[in-house]
Design a protein around this ligand. Structure first.
Ligand code: T1G
Length: 687
């Protein structure tokens, strides 16, 4: 008999509980165990009713995602759920924790649902490029109506128990033990009903409206539309036919490359959290108090991350007006959230109270972690870290938010380089999910464990990378953007390049993004590197010419594009075209037509090649870590899985052939194929 599904008798009730840690995923053994235990209860004359529940933190997190893409093994989940629904004995689902995807579908197949107050329930399949494939699109509309079902299923967001009760997904919320509550309900004579016997309410125009809304919201994704098709089937077809239609749509989504990309994007951050060589035996240092130096855009956002995680944080500035300005920006951010109804006035005050303003380094003496977010100059970093070395307690973690400077050089300004680490946040720091943690040569293992744990506590996706110029994210960004500029030099237009990459799935193209970030940021860094005679910095080009004219982008309403007052819509600008033409003439370049295929492959192959170099140098531990950085920090379309995953799906042999062809034609060092790529193709292996 099954050891992942238990059976117990409580009087005349059979209690069936799923026990397959960590999340009671409905893998083959659990599905078979459920059927076996149901048969046991049905055959037991002493049993008058059944309670189905889970052990641990989950009722069930749904289908076992690791099984997707592998040959299906019986019994299928729809068959298991149909068996529970058609049981002659009442079945109550006692939802003890998360009930997601197939887990909720299983509960929807039961005759009555009682949930714990802290349970969360949802059908997140659309986030994996799928649709609910075990009756969710057919049973949920019968309980909540087609409109609400469309909203819940196409969004894929979980609902807390109270919201699930008012929506009609669950029948009751239990205070205390849910199994006891279910037994009590059976005592009271509750028997419930079969969801399949209920009708679906839907207005004729509902589905057309939903499809139109989805095109606007997620134009490139296939599964949201398939969700609406399945729910329309539930409204128009008899129950079993609607189930069959759902299954067909589910299987077509399962076969789509988008599913593969989105499931890769699901597992990759979970893998990234496991830093090779930093096992569970390496204990993070305790972080009960934090400090941030610099109350500018980055510093303020970082301080909010800690306050949002209930970690007291001291915010240090050198000048009172800079401190007041920083605090005012933080309060304005919170007030904006409150105005959207996502925070109360009390919560705003509680967060502000966790941020202690200071003008005195001594206030950082008892901080467990200090993050520096000041101007990007090595001289300034040295001064700050020299001071931190003097004032901070032994064992404090000293972190820098630099995005370009060498962590080892910064650490050299202290007598404790083992306590120095990079914590590279992305703007706006209180919003962007990615935290690129950077280990220096001397960074201690427990310091690495500490910043990965801090990432988890402040709700960030943490990735540990090594030291090189631009770390992982910016290094690949620079390589890609350099190629985008080269394409324009040769004849493409900025808007043509941006369109190819937004059609690919990016929210914005490289040039519109540069205008958003500000052309002055990159220009000043390049000027600083030219002043320091950095051999790798590019010669001035038309982008520098734009910046020299004070065209910094959105903030000056003119950059590569121009912007109408109050609008962020990029408008191609003749002045930019003229500057590009002048640059080409000065370089003796005769522009040529550049097609979309060339634009896409040059930008994407360059990213894959630079990623392979990063792996070769050990700057990233896994190709999927590079994907996590780009998915969570640079808006890489999740359904593509990330640059490295895309390269593998495209075919590394084809990518290598393309790189060699571009190298033969363009001859630049950047187009030399990474040795790792050549090795993998030769050995027929992937990343
Ligand atoms: N299948 C396989 N492994 C899973 C899993 C799943 N459904 N859910 C989690 N894991 C692993 C995860 O990789 C990690 O492994 C460990 O469990 C702990 O997870 C037919 C088609 C439940 C809210 O989309 O949202 O049902 O890294 O680190 O932060 O219609 O996991 O330790 O080796 O995330 O506490 C739909 C996915 C499936 C839910 C817990 N279900 N899971 O979060 O822990 S499709 C989902 C989650 C489906 C049917 C369809 C979260 C969680 P490792 P964790 P957590």
């Amino acid at each position: 008999m099954s050891d992942v599904v238990h059976y117990a008798r409580r009087g005349r009730v059979a209690v069936i509980s799923i026990d397959s840690p960590p999340v009671n995923a409905l893998g083959q053994a659990v599905r078979q165990g459920l059927l076996d235990r149901l048969a046991q209860a049905e055959a037991d004359a002493g049993v008058g009713a059944i309670v189905l529940t889970g052990t641990g933190k989950a009722f069930s997190a749904g289908a076992d995602i690791r099984e997707f893409g592998k040959p299906a093994q019986p019994p299928s989940l729809p068959d298991v759920i149909n068996a529970f629904e058609t049981s002659a004995k009442p079945v109550i689902a006692a939802i003890n924790g998360v009930a997601l995807g197939g887990g909720l579908e299983l509960a929807l197949g039961c005759h009555y649902r009682v949930a714990g107050a802290f349970a969360s329930l949802g059908l997140p399949e659309v986030k994996l490029g799928l649709i609910p494939g075990a009756g969710g699109t057919v049973r949920l509309p019968r309980l909540v109506g087609a409109k609400a079902a469309i909203d819940i299923i196409t969004a894929g967001e979980p609902l807390k128990a109270p919201a699930a009760e008012s929506a009609g997904i669950i029948d009751r919320i239990a205070e205390g033990d849910v199994v006891a509550a279910a037994l009590q309900l059976l005592e009271e004579g509750v028997t419930g009903r079969r969801t399949r016997d209920l009708a679906v309410e839907a207005t004729p125009e509902l589905f057309a409206e939903a499809r139109a809304a989805i095109v606007k919201r997620s134009r490139s994704l296939v599964s949201p539309q398939a969700c609406v098709d399945a729910i329309e089937g539930a409204a128009r077809l008899p129950f079993m036919e609607a189930l069959a239609k759902e299954r067909g749509l589910f299987l077509s989504c399962l076969a789509s490359p988008q599913r593969a990309g989105l499931i890769h994007a699901f597992f990759a951050p979970r893998e990234a959290a496991k830093v090779p060589g930093i096992g569970p035996e390496v204990k993070p240092r305790p972080v009960a108090k934090a400090g941030v130096i610099g109350a500018g855009t980055m510093g303020g956002g970082i301080a909010m991350c800690f306050a949002n995680a209930d970690i007291p944080v001291t915010l240090l500035e050198m000048k009172a007006e800079a401190l007041e300005k920083g605090l005012a920006t933080i309060r304005a951010n919170y007030e904006a959230t409150r105005a959207k109804g996502r925070m109360t006035a009390e919560e705003v005050e509680a967060r502000m109270a966790l941020i202690r303003p200071s003008l005195d380094y001594a206030d950082l003496a008892d901080a467990d972690l200090v993050i520096e977010a000041v101007f990007e100059s090595m001289a300034v970093k040295h001064e700050v870290f020299g001071t931190l070395d003097r004032v901070c307690k032994p064992g404090a973690v000293l972190a820098t938010n630099t995005s370009t400077l060498d962590i080892d050089q910064i650490a050299a300004a202290t007598r404790r380089p083992q306590d120095v680490v990079g914590m590279h946040f992305f703007s706006p720091a209180n919003v962007m999910k990615l935290l690129e943690n950077v280990r220096g040569k001397a960074t201690a293992p427990d310091v690495q464990a500490t910043v990965m744990e801090v990432a988890r506590r402040i709700g960030k996706v943490g990735v540990m990378v090594g030291v090189c110029y631009g770390f992982v994210g910016n290094r690949i960004l620079h390589a890609r953007n350099r190629e985008a500029i080269a394409l324009v030099n040769e004849g493409a237009s900025p808007q043509q390049v941006d369109k190819v990459l937004t059609d690919f799935g990016f929210a914005m193209g490289p040039f519109a993004t540069s205008d958003l970030a500000g052309l002055d940021v990159g220009w000043r860094i390049r000027e600083e590197r030219r002043k320091n005679k950095d051999p790798d910095v590019d010669a001035p080009n038309w982008l520098d010419a734009l910046a020299e004219k004070g065209r910094f982008g959105q903030k000056t309403r003119a950059g590569i594009y121009r912007y109408e007052a109050g609008s962020r819509a990029p408008i191609p600008d003749a002045e930019t075209d003229a500057l590009i033409a002048a640059y080409r003439a000065a370089q003796g370049i005769t522009p040529r037509p550049v097609d979309e295929e060339e634009i896409l492959t040059r930008c994407m192959f360059m990213m894959v090649n630079e990623g392979a170099r990063i792996l070769d140098e050990g700057i990233a531990a896994r190709a999927s870590d590079i994907d996590v950085v780009w998915l969570n920090g640079y808006g890489f379309p999740a359904f593509r899985g990330g640059p490295m995953f895309w390269g593998e799906q495209y075919g590394l042999d084809k990518v290598l052939a393309g790189i060699d062809a571009f190298h033969a034609r363009l001859g630049t060092r950047a187009w030399r194929a990474a040795p790792l790529l050549r090795r993998l193709v030769a050995e027929g292996r992937g990343f």
